[in-house]
Design a protein around this ligand. Structure first.
Ligand code: PFF
Length: 438
């Protein structure tokens, strides 16, 4: 192992960091709103299918690339396949990180404001319409969104720069279970609201006529976005994992934890959406207009709301630092920049793009859709093709069995990454490009 590189010191550290990246605004903000825009339960089924059949194998493949190469995503491809064009996949990943963090930080900025508003008890006694007005005021005010975005970006850069990630990891193992407990309490309250059953029906009773090419693509994109796949986060984290750890176990635990949180977020939000008469396809504001309403109707709601938004900020931070890390590892290892400089440069460029995202809704949507529905699945497609067809099956087996145990899932895994996952992703792409009509 390269002596100069950091590595995670425990199995829990690995899972906490990877889960920290996966669990974030993607689960609590993006999953419910995209599901709401795409018809509900049928989307959920497709999403779960993509997590199992494509997400988990892509995650394992990515972790494997990183650990085998012990390098940033670009360097990893160069090392594993010298003289080829594979490193371009790494460049694409770095580009995707810029795109994602620039709109992600805008949403995270709104969350910062929500924590303040909860603290000032601004939501108390407000009707759903009034709460919507508060959200529209924040998201519609360009300068406010920009300042909040900058605050969040600064915080992320400061963490990546000063290497207190380890500290964060230590705390996330207490904080993320706390987030889970609050979401479960939100579930209990949401499920006992008048009219909750319409929300559950929307979430769990599939109407297959709602499925079309776009819904399929959105479900695939959300699976990649939520699991932080297709752009090198998991490969970069994999490069910090020691040989004795089981990559398979990491991929499974992280995917399950991430999916569980997303589904619970859905169970908290949709009953409230219907009970409060909000449109399920209300878009990116959905969570921000529903959750305060539920807290309002909960014993101890004032206290839980503050705690929830603080925990959500932390969940967003553990995701944003993983995005920054991809770029910083690339800048510092490939372009030989000092780590501090690399961090501020990356955060600076992302902030500039973030200003544009906060100013132009259409750019925000373009970055969001292009990264999750195109760049990430495309990156994932290339990653499984690389591991399945170019890395060498002996290398694959060695990585899977590096913990000293026989990997009985070796053959099914190889089948999935060689055939099932690439074909499935390619079909979704072609289908959504209207090249293929069934
Ligand atoms: N998975 C994160 C979330 O669900 O909030 C967002 C994210 C992080 C997406 C890292 C992509 C990524 F590479």
């Amino acid at each position: 192992m390269n002596q100069n590189r950091d590595s995670f010191t425990s199995k829990f550290g690995v899972i906490a960091a990877a889960a920290g990246s996966a669990i974030g605004l993607g689960n609590i903000w993006r999953f419910p709103y995209v599901l709401g825009e795409n018809g509900g339960a049928a989307f959920l089924l497709l999403y779960l299918f993509f997590i199992l059949a494509i997400g988990m194998p892509v995650m394992l493949s990515e972790l494997m690339i990183g650990r085998k190469a012990q390098m940033n995503i670009f360097g990893a491809f160069r090392k594993l396949s010298p003289g080829s064009i594979w490193p371009l996949v790494g460049i694409m990943g770095v580009g995707a990180a810029f795109m994602i963090l620039s709109f992600y930080a805008v949403v995270a900025g709104w969350t910062l404001d929500y924590a303040f508003l909860a603290f000032k008890n601004e939501f108390a006694g407000k009707s759903p319409d009034e709460i919507s007005a508060i959200f529209n005021d924040i998201s519609g005010s360009v300068w406010k969104s920009i300042l909040l975005m900058l605050a969040f970006m600064g915080l992320s850069a400061w963490i990546v720069r000063s290497g207190i990630k380890d500290g964060i990891e230590k705390y996330t193992k207490i904080l993320m279970p706390m987030l889970l407990v609050i979401i479960i309490l939100l579930n209990v309250r949401a499920l006992t609201l008048d009219g909750a059953s319409a929300g559950l029906k929307f979430l769990f009773t599939p109407d297959f006529s709602k499925i079309n090419a776009n819904v399929i693509l959105e479900a695939l994109g959300q699976a990649f976005f939520s699991l932080s796949l297709g752009m090198g986060v998991m490969a970069t984290y994999g490069s910090y994992i020691k040989k004795g750890e089981s990559l398979g176990q990491t991929a499974i635990s992280v995917s399950l934890a991430d999916t569980f949180i997303a589904v619970l977020a859905g169970v908290a939000i949709f009953p409230a959406v219907f009970a409060f008469g909000i449109q399920p396809n209300a878009g990116p504001g959905l969570v921000f207009v529903t959750l305060p309403g539920i807290f309002n109707q909960m014993p101890g709601g004032y206290f839980f709301a503050i705690l929830f938004f603080i925990l959500l900020i932390i969940a967003a931070l553990t995701s944003s630092i993983s995005l920054l890390e991809v770029v910083v590892a690339y800048f510092s290892e490939e372009l030989k920049m000092k780590r501090a400089f690399a961090t501020w440069l990356a955060a600076g460029i992302m902030s500039a793009l973030g200003v544009l995202c906060a100013t132009y809704d259409r750019l925000f949507t373009f970055f969001e859709k292009t990264s999750s529905n195109v760049l990430l699945p495309l990156g994932g497609l290339l990653i499984v093709i690389f591991v399945g067809w170019f890395l060498g099956l002996k290398n694959v087996r060695d990585e899977l069995e590096a913990d000293g145990k026989v990997a009985r899932y070796f053959l099914p895994f190889v089948f999935v990454i060689k055939f099932l996952a690439p074909i499935a992703i390619a079909i979704v792409f072609l289908y959504s490009l209207e090249l293929l009509r069934f």
